[in-house]
Design a protein around this ligand. Sequence first.
Ligand SMILES: [Zn+2]
Ligand SMILES: [Zn+2]
Length: 213
Amino acid sequence: MANLQIAVVAVTAFQQNCTLMWDEESKEGVIIDPGGDNDRVKEAISELGIKPTAIWLTHGHIDHAAGAMEMKEDFGIDIVGPHKDDLPLLDGLEKQAQMFGLEGQVRNCQPDRWLEEGDVMQIGEHQFDVFHCPGHAPGHVVFYNKKAAFAHVGDVLFAGSIGRTDLPGGDHEALINSIKTTLMSWPDNVQFICGHGPASSIGQERTSNPFLV
Ligand SMILES: [Zn+2]
Ligand SMILES: [Zn+2]
């Protein structure tokens, strides 16, 4: 089995980790959360020789989804995810842009396919289970590759912190529940990339994250 390769490009003023994951051999891969600065992401894609096959969205916030429609058109690929509970957020991206003074740079986003708990996504032979983890956003999903002990958790859990819940649709109790029932059910050795800041592991957060201990 060829290795799964991962690269992160921090985009926008929010330093969002737009993530590229691809199969070493076929070079086919996905773009997770193209939130903007698409030129820099496309530069990385061309330098690394990746052939994008889909865009995956973890949730519908502007820093994760603002570049999705343009990226979809540039590569002729589908937008997959998040869960349909984020429809109002994706329909309201232009409104979110106004809140942050970014009007005119952002388009509302229409995914080609919604995701649900239990869906299975593939990058070549690499398999990712989809989990619906509401709290930071109602339709937030995460991607877990059990075999590789690797996950992409978006803005659910960070190194030493958790997603904010003061934005529209946020729910602190739901977020803690998502983290405890889903992410904390994974083994300690699972490494994860998150939407902002450095990567971490489930074991590290289980023992030291101040929101969980
Ligand atoms: Zn977010
Ligand atoms: Zn974010």
